[in-house]
Design a protein around this ligand. Sequence first.
Ligand code: HEM
Length: 236
Amino acid sequence: MADAAPATAPSYPLTAPAALEPPAEWTGLRQNRPIAPAPGDDLISRLMLGTDNDGEPMSRAGLVATGQALLLAGHETTAGFIAMMTAHLLADRTRWERLLADRSLIRAAVEEVLRFDPNGSGFGMLRYAHEDVELPGALVPEGTTVVCGMAAANRDERAWDQPDTMDLSRTPNPHLAFGAGPHSCLGQPLARTELQAVLGVLLRRLPTLALAVEPGQLRRHEGMLTTPLRELPVTW
Ligand code: HEM
């Protein structure tokens, strides 16, 4: 989107075909209703006011889809991973104790948990091969849709020493938890900042934090792109 925003919101095609609209129960928006009464000083408003290089504003359907994607991609992922990361660090008490003893490891520890368990499923986004792609030992023919198994890539023993061991001081750590390439996670700097901040606060405020159940009793939400924990019972 170009940065130069017009002073007023463009009028959206309020009668967009129903087929382009996500179901109302997803969005809380009814057909023919404005997306926002008046733009404010926030990201969604900037998307509403901005234009592409041809001066065209984003379509209503595009705005709704982008807003949904930002909320889901930006909230569900990080919120779920905070619990997942905490569970991994408490599941083996020596990990938590190591971080309590040396807070400078927080940054590397966040990266290592992301590598070790990339947001639960580690399921990658779909990629479509526009041309033949040569991989070691395989050819992905043009026209194939592929899904990258990030969890498997993150344990590739050609890339990491002892990949099945969680090493909180592992550097460098070029994991694929945020994907790769031009469409890698837009929110990764924010996610990293949030995860490091949360971990720092937990270590400072709740040093005695402990799992209230055995790690094997923790249950995940299955059947979603991410598989966050259903709950994380703790004591302190
Ligand atoms: C632990 C937290 C997060 C994880 C593990 C994560 C992971 C991912 C992954 C694997 C992708 C697909 C990358 C690819 O296809 O190569 C992605 C895309 C994306 N993420 Fe995240 N994400 C997280 C947090 C966030 C946050 C906080 C935001 C926004 C505030 C965000 C916004 C996005 C967006 C907009 C995309 C699509 C990018 C594109 O298609 O160009 N994510 N994320």
